[in-house]
Design a protein around this ligand. Structure first.
Ligand code: CA
Length: 658
């Protein structure tokens, strides 16, 4: 029986999904066929190549060898031998470096041909697996590459970046525009001689660069054979999970090159003290029907409803069944491979709320075994999926997911207004009634007290942000929400939003260009918009160097005071005090937490009022302005008069307290 292609129809695999009388949809299938070896895929040596494929429902399997990525005729086809747990093996003698292969499996009466899901190298556009000696893709001194020193997740300042956005602007000064290698260039300069690219990022003082998908994605809008045409996509369309994307390589036809160039970029970032987080998309695949998973084991890897239609919480047509043992194993193997082979320092899980708790915890456990400083964060949204509620890796289940951060969408919306109601004002733009939601965010979304409690058990479980690749940029949102306000006032709101993110407990997260008030000209969803909409506009950066400097100072403030980076919920409850403040203001102190420039106590005011306001600081010693002095009208003893929209930080130095 043929597999039906259309969406929203029952996927009837008939006999294709059955072997030995057991359907892939049956739990017994996993009991019978779960394979836990670490040798799936192809293992290369100059003497021979060993293949192992998991395909329990196949009645025959072959490895088909090709000389090139698009030869119509294979070089040779070798039969695989049935082995344990539904796997097939082949030991192909001789040196196959540079060859391509696919698997051909007989499922029912059909022959399907697919790339290896465990492929680590592929030909252009990723339809054939390439055999590459991994060692040959290592840049010089790769064995000396080390993760920059890093301790707790709350010490991170994450900077989210698309490979192409960094270097595509005509004045980026970057030679390898739009490429992995563009990330690796030092000393690049833009308009007025400003730093661009890697120098710009390093000078900001962020700790982690988070790259939008760099694995091989498949989308109509990026064809790796047409790189001289204008093409752009964010890349949330997984095709080959364990292979770098070809369009970011200087030559996508040379399988090892994209691997080498991504490693070079990571090495260059590491050398500048920057860690790298990889955006991974294990919640869905580009096309459920064309993906190698479905061709090799129809019905197994994706998630189906009772009526056998595809569960589609991703809105991309399908979901990966992370809860099924071989899908879970694939995800775990994949993440560990990127961490080990590419020295990735963290992972950001797209639509993590569609993944299951056990898989996420297994990933945390295995990464801890490698290096506990590797960060895990994700989109823990509550979504519409058939996965049972108590198994979903979303915010409301954060207590079951220690060591994993969730994007705090409530805080984002409280600060700038809902992303769904474009003209809705938030705290920064004069919206009313947000103060307690701001306080919850300041406290790291932990159980702070009866009134202020949210999803996190520990502050490392919340990711605080006001802008990311999705939705309007912060600047564009402010423009939409403040039709009446002048530019200067909007700038103050923008600065206040970033200041809140960088002085709250938890993990702060910035979107590239936020430091110069990035705009996409009002576009809400630019995932396949022209690169001109998405690129970092280095002219705008040059024009707003004072805001870049402001961001640099904010980051330095956070990094120099451990009180902004309290490690545990208990420390937050002990040291964080909310102070009296009028409407449109939130004030707090961080008390008795030594460190930084000898600060004993820190007072922080987020002032979203437009008129001057008078506040009383707690009697803790001699207060002195540390940050945001331009908003201080008067500070006398414990009496503070503040004006404008902005953040003020005032400190009592350690030695001044008896
Ligand atoms: Ca691709």
């Amino acid at each position: 029986m043929a597999v039906q292609r259309e969406h929203d129809v029952v996927v009837d695999y008939g006999d294709l999904a059955v072997t030995g009388g057991i359907s892939v949809f049956d739990e017994r299938f996993d009991e019978m066929f779960y394979y836990d070896g670490d040798d799936l895929g192809a293992a290369y040596t100059p003497e021979g190549c060993k293949f192992r494929l998991w395909a329990p429902t196949a009645s025959e399997a072959h490895v088909v060898f090709y000389l090139t990525w698009d030869d119509a005729e294979p070089m040779m086809t070798l039969p695989m031998k049935r082995d344990v747990q539904g796997t097939w093996v082949l030991n192909a003698e001789g040196d196959h470096q540079g060859h391509y292969y696919t698997y051909r499996v007989k499922i029912g009466e059909d022959w399907n041909e697919a790339a290896d899901p465990y492929a680590r190298a592929v030909g252009v556009n990723g339809d054939r697996t390439a055999i590459v000696d991994l060692h040959s893709t290592n840049p010089e001194q790769w064995e000396d590459d080390r993760r920059p020193a890093f301790d707790a997740a709350v010490d991170a300042v994450i900077y989210e970046l698309h490979v192409k956005d960094l270097s595509s602007h005509p004045h980026s000064g970057i030679k390898h525009a739009g490429k992995f290698l563009g990330l690796a260039e030092s000393g690049t300069r833009g308009p007025n001689g400003i730093m661009t690219g890697l120098d710009h990022i390093a000078a900001l003082g962020v700790t982690h660069v988070q790259l939008l998908p760099v694995f091989d994605y498949a989308t109509e809008s990026v064809d790796e054979t047409k790189l001289d045409e204008p093409q752009y996509n964010w890349g949330y369309d997984p095709k080959n999970y364990n292979v770098p994307e070809g369009s970011y390589a200087t030559d996508p036809y040379v399988p090892g090159l994209r691997m080498a160039e991504l490693k070079q970029a990571i090495q260059a970032l590491h050398q500048r003290g920057l860690r790298v987080i990889m955006d991974v998309v294990y919640n869905h695949v580009f096309d459920w029907y064309l993906i190698n998973f479905t061709k090799l084991v129809p019905g197994y890897y994706l998630r189906y409803k009772e009526d056998r239609t595809l569960s589609d919480g991703s809105f991309c047509g399908n979901e990966c069944a992370s809860e099924r043992p071989m899908m879970r194993k694939f995800i775990v193997d994949s993440v560990l491979y990127w961490a080990r082979e590419y020295h990735m320092d963290g992972f950001r899980f797209d639509l993590m709320g569609l993944m299951d708790v056990e898989t996420m915890n297994e990933l945390r456990r295995r990464l801890d075994g490698m290096d506990p400083s590797i960060i895990m964060i994700g989109e823990g949204w509550v979504m519409d999926t058939v996965l049972p509620e108590e198994q979903r890796a979303h915010q409301n289940n954060a207590d079951m997911l220690p060591g994993i951060g969730h994007f705090n969408d409530d805080y984002r919306d409280a600060i700038k207004g809902s992303i769904f109601y474009f003209d809705q004002k938030g705290f920064i733009s004069g919206g009313a009634g947000y103060e307690d939601r701001i306080r919850k965010g300041v406290a790291g979304a932990i159980d702070y007290n009866e009134q202020l409690r949210h999803f996190a058990k520990e502050p490392g479980q919340t990711v605080n942000y006001v802008e990311c690749h999705d939705n309007h940029t912060l600047w564009d949102k402010i423009v939409l929400a403040t039709a009446q306000d002048a530019e200067e006032r909007r700038i103050s709101m923008h600065r206040l939003a970033s200041a809140i993110v960088l002085t709250s407990q938890g993990i702060p997260f910035l979107h590239a260009g936020q430091e110069f008030m990035r705009t996409k000209g009002g576009e809400e969803n630019s995932y396949k918009s022209p690169v001109e909409v998405n690129w970092l506009d280095w002219e705008r950066c040059a024009a707003h160097q004072n805001h870049v400097a402001y961001m640099r100072e904010l980051i330095a403030l956070r990094r120099s005071h451990p009180a902004f980076r309290l490690r545990t919920a208990q420390q937050i409850r002990e040291h964080l005090y909310f102070e009296p403040a009028p409407e449109h203001c939130v004030a707090f102190t961080l008390r008795d937490h030594a460190g930084g420039d000898a600060a004993k106590h820190i007072y922080v005011l987020y002032n979203a009022r437009t008129e001057p306001v008078q506040l009383d600081l707690p009697e803790l010693g001699g207060w002195a302005i540390r940050f945001g002095g331009e908003h201080v009208a008067e500070l006398e003893g414990s009496r503070l008069k503040a004006h404008g929209i902005g953040m003020i930080v005032i400190m009592v130095a350690g030695e001044m307290v008896g």
